[in-house]
Design a protein around this ligand. Structure first.
Ligand code: F6R
Length: 241
């Protein structure tokens, strides 16, 4: 595991965007695993800037996102599809047919998850998976648990995650209680993993995930076993180590 320490959020975003840009330039038909949340917003802005300057071409890139709320349509402003569209897809020359997220409107969880596993296989697996880190050590919506869940699955969100997501919704009640997420197996099969972390409020999670024991109680700790992980974190996020 390589850890890149940056001064602040801006530098974290620039460094992480640099790594993703390098992936796209080295392999223009690459498969990127993408994440939502507040941490990657700055790096998506950098990627859009790279495209506008003519340095990046997304036309052959395929994307598979980590997760989607169950029950939210693509048009819902809180859906992860909407987020991706707003922060990246609509600003670059990506082929929408090559952008994938779990189908939040599929009520049959078994079908939604099997379909998504099928999509990840059909695109040939993930070249570079981007991850944020939850305060409780979650990655995607893989919450602290007694075992690592391998494939895409439907999760009941924990209180901590519902509270953390509350800021994006009108009310606590409006926050969805379930989501479809890639499993730890899907993530670990990615050829490279890039984790972005910012802020002092993540310092304890960073310490536990990357310097503590590997345990499903801290889902991100499993990344210690992956052969090619790069964590780009600002000083505040690394202040606990
Ligand atoms: C987002 C996701 C989540 C977030 C995590 C951190 O697709 O899967 O695991 O990466 O909750 O969120 P932020 O960046 O908002 O702190």
């Amino acid at each position: 595991m390589r850890i890149i320490r940056t001064k602040d959020y801006q530098e974290m975003s620039r460094r992480a965007a640099g790594l993703i840009s390098a992936q796209i330039i080295m392999k223009p038909e690459c498969v990127l695993g993408l994440a939502t949340g507040s941490t990657p917003v700055g790096l998506y802005r950098q990627l859009v800037e790279g495209y506008r300057k003519g340095d990046l071409d997304f036309s052959r890139v395929t994307t598979v996102n980590l997760d989607e709320y169950k029950g939210l349509s693509r048009e819902n402003e809180q859906s992860y599809y909407y987020f991706m569209n707003d922060n990246l897809f609509r600003h670059v020359n990506i082929d929408r047919e090559k952008t994938h997220l779990p189908d939040g409107m599929e009520p049959d969880s078994g079908k939604a998850c099997a379909d998504y596993n099928g999509i990840i296989d059909a695109v040939g697996g993930i070249d570079l998976q981007l991850l944020g880190l939850g305060h409780n050590g979650h990655i995607g919506f893989n919450e602290p648990c007694v075992h690592f869940e391998l494939g895409t699955h439907c999760v009941d969100l924990t209180e901590s995650t519902i509270r953390a997501n509350r800021r994006f919704f009108d009310s606590y009640e409006a926050v969805p209680r379930q989501a479809y997420t890639m499993g730890i197996g899907n993530i670990m099969k990615a050829r490279k993993i890039l984790v972005v972390v910012s802020g002092e409020d993540k310092a304890a999670a960073v310490k536990e995930a990357f310097f503590g024991p590997v345990t499903p109680k801290v889902p991100a700790s499993v990344l210690q076993l992956h052969p090619d992980v790069c964590v780009v974190a600002d000083e505040a996020a690394l202040s606990g180590i």
